[in-house]
Unconditional design. Sequence first.
Length: 470
Amino acid sequence: MKDSQNIVGQWWIFGREREHHFGSLILDQGEISLKISTPVARTKMEAIIEGTKEPPIQSTIYGKDSDGHPITLMRCMCSRMAANELRDEYEIVAPLCIRGQEVESLDDPVAKSVSFSLDKFHRWLGEDFIKLHQAEGDRLNWIIPPTLELKYPLGDNGVFLRITQTTLVSHSWDEVEFKPGCQLWLTFNTPCSLGDIIREWVPCIVRFFSLLHGDRFEWDSVGYASYNPFVLGELSQAEGVESLKEGRITIRSNFAERNRGGDIPGPWMVAPFSAIKEHLPQMLARWYEVHQRLKPAIELFWAVAFRASNYLEASFLFLVQALEVYHARSSQFDSAQLPPDEHRRRVQAVFENAPPELKEWLKRKIQSQNYKYLDERLTDIFSAYLLESRELFEDVEGMAKRISFTRNYLTHYPNRTDSSRLIDERDMIWVNDALERLLWIIFLRELGLPEPIINGAWKSLVDLRAVKKQ
């Protein structure tokens, strides 16, 4: 949402059973705020008393714009209230705005199609939106190519991703401007809830393309409809106009996060469309499963790789935990030190030889101690990705122990700051960079990319890190 919008309308801030108030909804740079001014008549003392009270603002506020179209604001909070003898003024903020429909719950299945755009997505796509053609007689003509439309299934659940690119033309008295217009669509066989759309489906797609691009793509607005516009006859089969629902969800986004990303030149992209075009259907099908299975690890990685700033120690802890989660959720690793039957026999042997007064305490202590320690998990991962790990760390096994020791130090804070295994702040900078690159390659390998593309992505990550530090 690049352009600010000021929507004047009626708002039921105290509940739909109460009277409405006029005010302005402002959508600007990812911020959602509602400003209301209501006339009153009271004494100065009454105004002072009123200003000390908590205003009974509803968590969900319903409104109508000047054209009578419904608007729903969810999870509202009054950030400022001013009262005097003549009027009350409210400034209300909300993380979620839904235009076009009154929504009582985000869990209601209402959408069969979703559309959204990602800033500068056309650069990753790399497809021409205007071409220069040499005609007869050395004449040069500009040609607008046909609309690009790509369609990919996401798993076997009847969900499809469509990517469309058109050429947008605008003109004034003395110039004509051509711009690419990229749109991403998700279509569902059965209606999907708005909550699943903004919490699951759209973030899943945005993370996928950000991973391939090399920096985060931005989104803060999503259109939805109760029908699939790509299915012929679905509109005509609807039971009256009332059954056709359309709306747009706007979410509040962080300004600092929103002002970075999306502007990486082609040579430094991790895996541009031109490099993975043939593999994209299989990658998207696998990504849905990977995202569901590794979601906690992906979110921890995302909190470091795609954020404008983080504390050094926080980034270290997030990345280490991401690797720990990946080890636990990946089928190529075993979290147990011993097979379950062998561990039970070991516990029973210790239990039988323990003093009677310690048996129950000892059994409870050791029966759950069959999980690998962090340094063992890291060693497993480094061994599985040995070529990359050796390029990142001179002593792979020693680094696993240092990372484990430092994580435990930061988490539990033992008084051993003189240990040679502790990673200091200077070394932590490059260790964080190394762990981030390793996780990036891990997720790309989970997508089943061929080795030549993985090698190219690895080189791009090295170049990309250098570019971002400039």
